[in-house]
Design a protein around this ligand. Structure first.
Ligand SMILES: Nc1ncnc2c1ncn2[C@@H]1O[C@H](COP(=O)(O)OP(=O)(O)O)[C@@H](O)[C@H]1O
Ligand SMILES: O=C(CO)[C@@H](O)[C@H](O)COP(=O)(O)O
Length: 480
C-alpha cells in the first residue's frame, strides 16, 4: 500500500485521562474526524498507567475517526509530559509508567537537589529545578524501590517517545518533552552527563533528540494496520508544548490551561532559569522556550469536591468566608508534595455551593500566583494581552468566571477544542508542507474565540487565600 499524499494529517493527544485523535485538513485546519479512548490511572498513592493501554487507546481512537484516518499523509503524537516509561530489550514495558502526578519520588527529588548543589545549580544547569514530576526523580525512585525493574530496563522513554517509536520502529524524542526529564538541558540543548551519572542512568538507554521540523520516521507497521505504512511521522512533543503550537502562540500571549493538570505558560525567546523552582524552564517544540508552572490539582480535584457535595460542577454560590486549598493529590505549585486538601472558614451559614466555589478559587489561586513568575521569566510585556483559557475546564462557566474574578484580566476562550491534538496536527502539517507548525496553526485561526472584558479583581478572596496558605504551611508540609 502506498502512503497517501494528503491533504489530511492526524494529531494525537495522549494525555493523562484519554487519547484524543483529530483528522485535520492541512491547508485549512478543518477537523474532519475525531476519536477518543480512555486511559486507566491507578488510584490511591500510585499514579501509574500501562503504556500498552496507551497504544491500544491510540488504535481505538484512530479507528473511531473512521476510514478517513487511513488517508492521512502525516501524523504526530503529543503526550503527557515527564512520565517514566521503562522498556525491556524487546520494547515491552518492564512495569507501568510512573506518571507526572505521582509524588512518591519527593524524597529522591530532595536528594537529587542536594547532590548537584541545590536548586540554583539545577536552574543554572538544565533550566529547571526538578519537581517530583520530573522523570529524573522517578528513575531515582525506581532504582531505590524496584532495583530489579531498573536493571531489566533497556530503554527509557517519555510517553510520546514510546508511541512514536511504536509507529516508526525508531527511537527518538524532541527538545520540548526532553526538557521535562531533568537530564536534558534547555540551555545547552544536550543531555547532561553529570546529572545522568548522579541519577545512575546510562545515557545509552536514552533516545536521540530530533531537531524541530525533522521527521521521526514513517509508519512502519501497526498491529491492527490502523495507519497506512509509509505515512510520515513528525517528532511529536509534550502536551503543553503541543498546545502552545496549536495556538500558534507568540511571545507576550499568556495561557492558562485547565485539565487534569493546571498550567500557566507563555512562549519566550530567552532561556528561563527560576531558582525558586516555581517556573520550569522548558524548551518549546520549535527553537524557543516555554516557561511554565503546573499544579497537580485542577479539574479532577474540583470535580471530586463537587461529587462529595453531590452538586453539579456549575452549581456554585458566591459569599461566605470559606477558603479551600484543594491539594488532594499533594501539590507541585506551591511545592507541597505531602499536602492534603484543606478547608477553613466554615460557618453555620456556609452553603455547599460556597464550598464548591472555594475549591475553584483555591485551584485558580495557585495558578495565578505562579503566573506572574512565569511572565517574569518570559520577559515580555503581556499587560494588554488577554489570558487564553484552554483545556477541558475552559468549557465551564464556573472556571471561566473564577479566572476572571481572581485575575482581573481579560480572558479569551479559543473556540477550537483539543488544542494539544491540534498542535500535533499542525506539527504533522508543517512536516508535510515544509512550513513552521506555529505559522500553520496561526493560519488555521485556532486562538479565535469569545473574549471577556476584565472585571475588578477580588482582592479580599486573594488575601484570604494567601493568608490561609501561609498560616497552614506546617500542616501542609506534614507527612501523613
Ligand atoms: N463542560 C465542561 N465544563 C467544565 N469542565 C469540563 C467540561 N468538560 C470537561 N471538563 C473538565 O475537563 C477535564 C479534562 O480536561 P482535559 O484538558 O481534556 O484533560 P487532560 O488533562 O486529560 O488532557 C475533566 O477533568 C473535566 O473536569
Ligand atoms: O506535568 C505537566 C507539565 O509539566 C502536566 O501538564 C502533564 O504534561 C500532564 O498534562 P495533562 O494530562 O493534564 O494534559
Amino acid at each position: 500500500m502506498t502512503a497517501p499524499e494528503g491533504p489530511l494529517v492526524i494529531g494525537v493527544d495522549s494525555s493523562t485521562q484519554s487519547t484524543k485523535v483529530l483528522v485535520v485538513d492541512a491547508p485549512t485546519g478543518e477537523v474532519v474526524a475525531r476519536g477518543q479512548a480512555p486511559h486507566t490511572v491507578s488510584p490511591g498513592d500510585r499514579r501509574e498507567s500501562d503504556p500498552e493501554e496507551w497504544w491500544q487507546a491510540l488504535s481505538t481512537a484512530v479507528a473511531r475517526c473512521g476510514k478517513v484516518a487511513g488517508e492521512a499523509a502525516a501524523v504526530s503524537v503529543a503526550g503527557q509530559q515527564h512520565g517514566l516509561v521503562t522498556l525491556d530489550a524487546d520494547g515491552r514495558p518492564v512495569r507501568p509508567a510512573l506518571l507526572w502526578n505521582d509524588v512518591r519520588s519527593a524524597p529522591q527529588r530532595d536528594r537529587l537537589l542536594a547532590g548537584l548543589g541545590g536548586p540554583q545549580a539545577w536552574a543554572r544547569r538544565v533550566g529547571s529545578v526538578p519537581a517530583p514530576a520530573f522523570t529524573v526523580t522517578k528513575w531515582a525512585w525506581l532504582c531505590e524501590n524496584e532495583p530489579e525493574a531498573a536493571r531489566e530496563t533497556a530503554a527509557v522513554r517519555l510517553p510520546h517517545d514510546f508511541l512514536t517509536e511504536r509507529l516508526t520502529g525508531q527511537a527518538g524524542t524532541d527538545r520540548g518533552d526532553a526538557s521535562g526529564t531533568g537530564w536534558w538541558s534547555s540551555h545547552t540543548g544536550s543531555y547532561d552527563e553529570e546529572i545522568l551519572s548522579l541519577a545512575a542512568l546510562d545515557p545509552a538507554l536514552l533516545p536521540p533528540v530530533h531537531r524541530a521540523g525533522e521527521a521521526a520516521g514513517t509508519v512502519a507497521k501497526t498491529d491492527g494496520g490502523f495507519l497506512t505504512p509509509g505515512t510520515l511521522v513528525a517528532t511529536g512533543t509534550g502536551d503543553n508544548m503541543a498546545a502552545a503550537l496549536g495556538l500558534g502562540l507568540l511571545p507576550g500571549q499568556p495561557v492558562l490551561s485547565l485539565g487534569t493538570s493546571g498550567t500557566v505558560y507563555a512562549v519566550s525567546d530567552r532561556s528561563p532559569a527560576d531558582p525558586s523552582g516555581t517556573v520550569a524552564g522548558f524548551a518549546d517544540a520549535g527553537s524557543g522556550w516555554l516557561p511554565l508552572a503546573c499544579t497537580l490539582n485542577c479539574t479532577l480535584a474540583v470535580d471530586r469536591l463537587a461529587a462529595l457535595l453531590s452538586r453539579d460542577r456549575e452549581d456554585v454560590e458566591a459569599g461566605g468566608r470559606v477558603t479551600a486549598l484543594p491539594f488532594l493529590d499533594g501539590e507541585r505549585t506551591p511545592d507541597l508534595p505531602y499536602a492534603t486538601g484543606l478547608l477553613t472558614g466554615l460557618q453555620q451559614a456556609t452553603t455547599g455551593g460556597q464550598v464548591l466555589q472555594a475549591a475553584y478559587d483555591g485551584a485558580v489561586f495557585a495558578l495565578l500566583r505562579a503566573l506572574d513568575l512565569v511572565l517574569g521569566q518570559a520577559g515580555d510585556d503581556t499587560s494588554d494581552a488577554p489570558l487564553l483559557l484552554i483545556g477541558g475546564g475552559a468549557k465551564g462557566v464556573a472556571w471561566r468566571e473564577t479566572v476572571r474574578r481572581l485575575s482581573g484580566r481579560a480572558v479569551q476562550v479559543p473556540r477550537a477544542e483539543e488544542l494539544v491534538a491540534l498542535g500535533a496536527a499542525a506539527q504533522a502539517a508543517g512536516l508535510l508542507l515544509g512550513e513552521d507548525p506555529a505559522a500553520v496553526a496561526r493560519r488555521w485561526n485556532t486562538a479565535d474565540g469569545p473574549a471577556y472584558e476584565p472585571v475588578e479583581r477580588d482582592e479580599a478572596a486573594l488575601t484570604r487565600l494567601s493568608a490561609t496558605l501561609e498560616g497552614a504551611r506546617t500542616l501542609l508540609d506534614m507527612r501523613h
